[in-house]
Ligand binder design. Structure first.
Ligand SMILES: C[S@@+](CC[C@H](N)C(=O)[O-])C[C@H]1O[C@@H](n2cnc3c(N)ncnc32)[C@H](O)[C@@H]1O
Length: 226
């Protein structure tokens, strides 16, 4: 079985949880690059079939080769495309978008979800690991009626990552600024790694507040609540 680095292993753990909830189905690995996550999903039957997409031909070739070398050509497809352009979303699909900027993720989701009916949206899961602009991704998801099933923190080579697992709920929660910036689930957690992450975000936002009225407001809201 393939060993994954901590960040990808955390994403894989969320794929498994999503799969348990959804039942059998495919994994759509958007921006698959090396293809390691897709390989693991096939090895461990977290996916009946995977579609890897990558906007660049070279990473797509890496994914294709890895899946072929491991005997999974008949349960996989690798497509050079922008996001999920040209991919028909089906019930049971788990869409993974990891290791990309938040704005890119929002752009990909906006196009992919456009025109999907509520029933189909309720029967898919999103696993997202934005590299930045987390608050914008959370805001987009909340505004588009996706609920936070989980937010998991991991630390890989001394860098924090936050992985979101989302399902369509048909209504927006109307998240506060603090929830958008820190994560609604993260804020409820008491494990040491999440607390360390929140403390790290406190430091980051204190510095960023010098150049951002919104972050100043978010931190001020905290003080008012104290
Ligand atoms: C940093 S790698 C992350 C790879 C993998 N998802 C992971 O988390 O380890 C980002 C990959 O996404 C691809 N990519 C960037 N924008 C994309 C888009 N709009 N559609 C598809 N692939 C994209 C890049 O070519 C690259 O291979």
């Amino acid at each position: 079985m393939t060993d994954l680095p901590v960040r990808l292993d955390t994403i894989f753990a969320e794929v498994k949880k999503a799969r348990q909830a959804l039942g059998p189905g495919r994994v759509l690995d958007v921006g698959s690059d090396h293809g390691l996550l897709s390989l693991k999903c096939l090895e461990e039957d977290a996916a009946s079939y995977v579609i890897c997409t990558d906007i660049n031909p070279d990473p797509a070739s890496k994914s294709r080769l890895l899946l072929k070398q491991n005997g999974f050509s008949d349960r996989s497809e690798v497509i050079v495309t922008d996001g999920l352009n040209g991919v028909k979303i089906l019930p049971g699909d788990i869409i993974v978008i990891a290791g990309m900027g938040g704005l890119n993720i929002i752009d990909i989701l906006t196009r992919a979800l456009d025109g999907l009916d509520d029933n189909l949206k309720s029967n898919i899961s999103l696993i997202l690991q934005p590299q930045k602009s987390m608050h914008l991704v959370r805001n987009y998801l909340d505004k588009n009626s996706f609920g936070f099933e989980d937010e998991t923190v991991c630390k890989d080579r001394d860098i924090f990552y936050n992985v979101l697992r989302m399902r369509y709920k048909g209504r927006s929660e109307g998240l506060s600024l603090r929830q958008l910036y820190y994560g609604p689930v993260n804020l409820t957690r008491t494990d040491s790694l999440t607390l360390e992450y929140i403390k790290h975000l406190d430091d980051v936002f204190r510095i960023r507040s010098r150049g951002s009225e919104e972050i100043r407001q978010m931190l001020q809201g905290d003080q008012d609540a104290d």
